[in-house]
Write a protein that binds this ligand. Structure first.
Ligand code: NAG
Ligand code: NAG
Ligand code: NAG
Ligand code: NAG
Length: 398
């Protein structure tokens, strides 16, 4: 079966619906003078005329993919993770980016665009320093502008991520020979430029990411080496000046439970507040392990809230060894773990929302970083909802 549409602007034929025919794979020939083979491309691709003799299957850009719907009306609200969260004054979001596996996949995009499931998008990579300012003073927003425009089109909030981070940092910064004056200027300029570019479009900014070691000491990044703790204040002040409406976050991992690192993060927040530095929130990434979710996560959120911090779970995924020995048991444990995290946010008034780091096991950083692990998300590889999804929904449902 084919469900096609003629796209007025480019005049191509595109298919966004599964077919039983042997359709032409991506990057393969689908037409041109003398071509007698199949002319229809696989899902998510269209047959692009390159010249008189050659047409080739290329990815359907999302603007064209959306033509085929059924994308969910941004104003509709049926039952879903975000619509339940919204009724509690919170949001439920996902990370995503303008890449083939994410928005460029029609299936991904249909679910991610649904406002009942996701009210917020975090650009996973495209706003990071190595993308936005890979060489000094030269700024690039090509990818981030696209995901931002896409998210806004579907009525989503956007968590900006991440302005100052030791990783995915171009070498001109990490290996430059700086003194305090020159590096301060570099940080201020980067934060100012990027936050100004997206001014009014980000509801949160992760201004500083992963500043701490596990023992609660500061990470020995180039920023800390040259500027000491002051780089955090420098970045926050620049972000506040550039985009006064955005809530400014300090984001980190392994800070979900009460431990040395989360205590250091909390103490930093208190020092900044006491000094009148603009800071609003603590981002708890939530890259967790199934069966090992901290039991004191609620107590930790509580003490952060008591200090006046807004809290967001910013990058939630809960990984396990794959394939699990017992799928049923693994699914049940994962559901329980998601419930624990969701409940902690639910009962903490100042916890404003939860973001999962990609929502389907098809698209996750986990297998590439933690060998032998995966299945960390609420939707499986085939975009089917797992018991973990229903556990989140049950927990949030008012
Ligand atoms: C999108 O993801 C679905 C589910 O994995 C897959 O069947 C489909 O081929 C993907 N489409 C593209 C264009 O990658
Ligand atoms: C989602 O997962 C894919 C890998 O499948 C990765 O390329 C992409 O960067 C991820 N997106 C985010 C926002 O992490
Ligand atoms: C920092 O480096 C710049 C450029 O090399 C130099 O002009 C400036 O005097 C230095 N400042 C300090 C305080 O050393
Ligand atoms: C798998 O786990 C389920 C749920 O804990 C249990 O009922 C079942 O007996 C287990 N199956 C095997 C083969 O161990």
């Amino acid at each position: 079966m084919r469900s096609n549409g003629i796209l007025s602007s480019v005049g191509v034929l595109a298919a966004c619906v599964a077919s039983t025919n042997a359709l032409v794979p991506l990057w393969s020939r689908c037409g041109g003078e003398g071509w007698t083979g199949e002319t229809e491309c696989v899902e998510g691709a269209y047959c692009k005329v390159l010249n008189q003799w050659w047409s080739s299957c290329e990815r359907v850009p999302v603007t064209e993919c959306t033509t085929f719907g059924p994308y969910v009306d941004p104003n509709s609200q049926t039952d879903g993770l975000n619509s339940f969260a919204v009724r509690r004054g919170k949001y439920f979001g996902t990370a995503g980016d303008w890449i083939y596996d994410d928005v460029m996949n029609c299936t991904w995009a249909r679910i991610a665009s649904d406002p009942s499931e996701f009210g917020s998008i975090t650009p996973g990579n495209s706003q990071k320093w190595d993308t936005t300012e890979s060489s000094q003073g030269s700024f690039n927003y090509a990818d981030s502008d696209q995901i931002v425009a896409w998210a806004l089109k579907y009525g989503k909030k956007i968590r900006g991520h991440a302005l100052v981070w030791h990783s995915q940092l171009p070498s001109w910064v990490s290996t430059g020979s700086w003194n305090a004056t020159t590096l301060k200027a570099v940080v201020e300029n980067h934060v100012t430029q990027v936050a100004t570019h997206f001014k009014g479009k980000m509801f949160h900014w992760d201004v500083v990411n992963e500043a701490f070691n596990e023992d609660g000491t500061f990470r020995d990044s180039i920023f800390y080496q040259i500027l000491g703790e002051s780089y955090i204040e420098i970045a926050l002040r620049a972000a506040a000046a550039a985009d006064p409406a955005a809530k400014l976050y300090i984001n980190d991992y392994n800070v979900e439970g009460v431990n040395a690192k989360s205590t250091a993060l909390l103490n930093l927040f208190k020092r900044l507040k006491a000094a009148g530095v603009p800071v609003h929130g603590l981002g708890l990434q939530g890259h967790l392990i199934s069966g090992q979710v901290p039991t004191d996560i609620e107590a930790n959120l509580n003490r952060m809230a008591a200090a006046g911090a807004e809290i967001a779970i910013t990058e939630l995924d809960i990984r396990m060894n794959v394939p699990p020995a017992n799928q049923t048991a693994a699914d049940a444990q994962l559901a329980k773990d998601y419930e624990t995290v969701t409940k902690a946010c639910k009962v903490t008034g100042r916890c404003v929302g939860i973001t999962v780091w990609n929502f389907t096991d098809k698209n996750s950083w986990v297998p590439s970083v933690f060998a032998g692990q995966g299945d960390a998300l609420p939707w499986d590889k085939n975009f089917q909802k797992k018991p973990a999804y229903y556990a989140i929904a049950r927990t949030l449902k008012p």
